[in-house]
Ligand binder design. Sequence first.
Ligand code: ACO
Length: 425
Amino acid sequence: MTDKKAQLSVGNKVIELPVYSGSIGPDVIDIRSLAQEGLFTFDPGFMSTASCESKITYIDGANGVLLHRGYPIEQLVENSDFIEVCYLLLHGELPSPEENEKFHDTVKSHTMVQDQIRHFFKGFRRDAHPMAIMCGVVGALSAFYHDNLDFSDERQREIAAFRLIAKIPTLAAMCYKYTLGQPFINPRNDLSYAENFLHMMFATPCEEYKVSPVLARAMDQIFILHADHGQNASTATVRLAGSSQANPFACIASGIAALWGPSHGGANEAVLCMLQEIGDESRIDEYLAKARDKNDPFRLMGFGHRVYKNFDPRAKILRQTCHEVLQELGLQDDPMFRVAQRLEQIALEDQYFIERKLYPNVDFYSGIILKAIGIPLPMLTVIFAVSRTIGWVAHWHEMISESFRIGRPRQLYTGLTMRNHPDTD
Ligand code: ACO
């Protein structure tokens, strides 16, 4: 914080507003006192508004930097597994070896879900979208775990965090099995978080699933790379829901609902739909021409990013992993993956994309990897939700641990002014 001030003149009046500096990043003007002057600011998409203070994640879009608690994402992917990153996001520091082991063990001790939840699934149609089921079952967790709903008790918050991180992959895999009509597969606590998720997705009671280390590592990387991304639609939703003192399971369910939207969590699904639509390398030029055409709404899915304007550091990591996964599975010559690789190559050399700094983003590669692993399209956003749960939990925890007020955005009212009901004399 500094003693810098900004001045705002409205008519004849000059209002002084404090300016704060974060540890890095642009300064912010504190406009909270404006309401006392009878003024509000107008910023519908939060394009210029910080909705909270946070110490968890820093993003520098111009330079392709993503830091969690100060650590570059590249270093975390290289040196930590997802559960260690969960610890970091939640506690602010990397764990000691003892803390790390204890944290892993505690997460494992919560992987099963209450047996009654199995029956809850049966209320859904088999063809329901798994995100619809996820919104329902995660929200319903508060009906099953009454013992840790007091948000003001730090120990209860901790247990809720463990339950959410541990049970989310179990519930996600149950959604998949339910839509297939296959029995649910119990978690195996001798496996890592990523291995266990793949096991619950692909094993059956008659056949074990042998988890390939290459695929397990790719899955773990996808979890790490989607774990948190500062403020965004779903995280802001979780914070807003939490500000009303709603219980943690309800807050995370609200985040899942916000993530479901195609402008947020649905991008990697859109990449695969586009690749399927292109279908063959011979049609790439046609689609590139559509992407360049101002009169055509078509956009090359998986290219460009609202924040990262030079490169997406997460995409850089997953690009390499994507090649390893395709090689491991012998899919280099699969027609859809050939389209993906050719498209990436051509777009990177194309003037239109170079001038506009449109590079493949994380969703381009995560979509391809997940498809290669055998994850069906509707499950892609569910996997995003599994990864992002720790980010939501960390932000919810950060907010609750500090003094907070219920979020109450203002509005610019443009409706009718007061008038009389026609039956009023
Ligand atoms: N294909 C073709 N042209 C594009 C693309 C694209 N994928 N993305 C941007 N452009 C063009 C725009 O038409 C515009 O051209 P112009 O200057 O000639 O008018 C220019 O690039 C700038 O585009 P904006 O829409 O202003 O860029 P913005 O930062 O607002 O958009 C976005 C970012 C929404 C991600 C966009 O690049 C896009 O739609 N990409 C495809 C969808 C996608 O992959 N989304 C997931 C990204 S991950 C995330 O944001 C959560």
